[in-house]
Design a protein around this ligand. Structure first.
Ligand SMILES: NC(=O)C1=CN([C@@H]2O[C@H](COP(=O)(O)OP(=O)(O)OC[C@H]3O[C@@H](n4cnc5c(N)ncnc54)[C@H](OP(=O)(O)O)[C@@H]3O)[C@@H](O)[C@H]2O)C=CC1
Ligand SMILES: O=C(CO)[C@H](O)[C@H](O)COP(=O)(O)O
Length: 483
């Protein structure tokens, strides 16, 4: 243990994210980084493998706290949930007013709101900061979404800016809003990540089943798409995954991976909160459900056992690949638009002033959903901050309209061919719902009024009405139903 505190920042939790973030911090001018992990083995491995980082390593939490210069700043990168709570209370018991605890894990923002309230009562600042970029991002520069007080951001901001990714000369970090705002936005980021990955997976399935492409050839298609509007990290890594050959069997890697997708929960949270907020995020929800469907092998084999024939895949037609690309782009626009809708709704409910353009800016580099077209979202909010949906922005409206015919061809061809496209289909239906002059919601209102006297409004006059369905079916003006 050092005799006097020397580290200006500390990291607790030295698994994939924490160890790389600690190395990133240590590589920046002026930083001396203290590190601590529950099991000392991880700490030992890190300091042995990276002597160049000059870490101050501690075996106990007391030593760790003692090694930090005041006001102390510690970033926690441990498992979300109980692990994070355990580390927060260990630090909060030892920290003093003015010190800062940062939770950089994928915390549920409701937990962050609770933790911020509890910790700040002691005078210690608590900041929930979403960090995206995986292992490489943590090391070379992630996208960082901090919440917490403006006061704590004054101290923390420059440190985070020094380790964040840089997009067009700007660090990918901004103060998102108070208490849980940072983790809320990170949650939505992950929801969009799920949707984007699912859409790319559907494009892969279409290219393979109808297009007849083998994985290596498909890798070239994705690599080419990565030169245009679809340019993004997820398209780039898709090409890499499809190129990969399994060393053991010589088969394409993709063919030896079990087709049951896992998840750690942030996508589910995005959908749960969207339901609470009344925000339609069908693209994200379908992506979450698609992973769930894939992970029910017992249902899949039971249905496969009773389904005696499957549709013959359609013939690949001239321009099929371009159609898939256009359908992917249009569906992706919808997914991002829905994600930003959830951010707007969350900000309204929880009282956060979230700058949507700034969020799009910090997602342009470092994070998993980094993509060229985020610049278009930045522009959309700059041109009209009060826009009701990204789909009304002139650029996005034209982009979707230009791809609309291809989108419809792909959705109908997939349906006729028996290729599941929950993401493409949900995105197109959402677009059609917004674009239709009249929705069948009128019938739903009629049904609700019939069985439960839930009332309805009329198109031709103000007021709230109920039809006496079980009487003479005359209409009465009434109060809105509360049941
Ligand atoms: N992996 C990724 O790509 C990303 C992860 N995240 C988030 O970052 C955080 C860290 O992720 P990752 O590096 O993958 O590590 P894990 O989520 O696998 O968590 C492992 C770390 O948590 C520690 N830990 C678990 N329980 C406790 C506890 N009760 N008390 C103290 N420490 C505990 C472990 O310590 P020990 O070694 O002793 O077991 C270890 O350091 C998580 O919240 C994750 O959701 C965010 C973005 C990307
Ligand atoms: O936060 C991340 C990136 O931004 C993680 O990679 C994400 O947690 C992965 O989620 P899942 O395991 O549910 O696919």
């Amino acid at each position: 243990m050092p005799e006097t505190p020397v580290a200006n920042i500390g990291v607790v939790g030295l698994a994939v994210m924490g160890s790389n973030l600690a190395r990133n911090l240590a590589s920046r001018e002026g930083n001396t980084v203290a590190v601590y992990n529950r099991s000392y083995g991880r700490t030992q491995t890190l300091i042995e493998e990276h002597p160049e980082a000059g870490f101050i390593a501690s075996e106990t939490i007391d030593e760790f706290v003692a090694s930090l210069a005041k006001p102390r700043t510690a970033i926690i990168m441990v498992q979300a949930g109980a692990g994070t709570d355990a580390v927060i209370s260990q630090l909060a018991e030892r920290f003093e007013p003015g010190d800062i605890i940062v939770d950089g894990g994928n915390a549920n923002f409701h937990d962050t709101i609770r933790r911020e309230k509890d910790v700040s009562e002691t005078g210690v600042h608590f900041v929930g900061a979403g960090i995206s970029g995986g292992e490489e991002g943590a090391l070379k520069g992630p996208s960082i979404m901090p919440g917490g007080s403006k006061q704590s951001y004054e101290t923390l901001g420059p440190i985070l800016a020094s380790i964040a990714a840089v997009a067009e000369g700007e660090p990918c970090v901004t103060h998102i809003g108070t208490d849980g705002a940072g983790h809320f936005v990170k949650m939505v980021h992950n929801g969009i990540e799920y949707a984007d990955m699912q859409l790319i997976a559907e494009a892969y399935d279409l290219l393979r089943t109808i297009g007849g492409y083998e994985p290596a050839a498909m890798a070239e298609v994705f690599a080419e798409w990565n030169q245009g509007d679809l340019e993004s990290y997820l398209i780039e890594i898709t090409a890499e995954v499809l190129k990969q050959v399994d060393a053991e069997t010589g088969e394409p890697f993709i063919d030896i991976v079990l087709d049951e997708a896992g998840s750690k929960g942030t996508g589910v949270w995005t959908v749960q909160n969207a339901l609470d907020l009344g925000t339609p995020v069908g693209g994200i929800a379908e992506a979450v459900f698609a992973r769930a469907v894939s992970s029910h092998p017992e249902q899949r084999s039971a249905v496969q056992a009773v389904v005696t024939s499957r549709p013959t895949p359609a013939e690949r037609y001239e321009g099929f690949e371009d159609d898939v690309r256009a359908a992917l782009y249009a569906s992706k626009v919808v997914a991002y638009s829905q994600g930003f809708d959830e951010i707007i709704a969350g900000a309204a409910k929880y009282g956060w002033e979230i700058d949507k353009g700034a969020v799009a800016k910090i997602w342009r580099a470092g994070c998993i959903i980094r993509a060229r077209f985020l610049n278009r979202i930045v522009d959309a909010y700059a041109n009209n901050p009060g826009i009701t949906t990204l789909l009304e922005d002139p650029y996005f409206a034209k982009a979707v309209a230009d791809g609309e015919a291809a989108w419809r061809r792909i959705v109908s061809t997939a349906a006729l061919s028996g290729v599941p496209i929950p993401g493409f289909g949900a995105a197109l239906s959402y677009y059609d719902s917004l674009a239709s002059k009249r929705l069948p919601a009128a019938l739903v209102q009629g049904q609700r009024d019939f069985f439960g006297a839930h009332t309805y409004k009329r198109v031709d006059k103000p007021g709230v009405f109920h039809t006496l369905w079980s009487d003479d079916r005359s209409e009465i003006e009434t109060e809105p139903s509360t049941h």
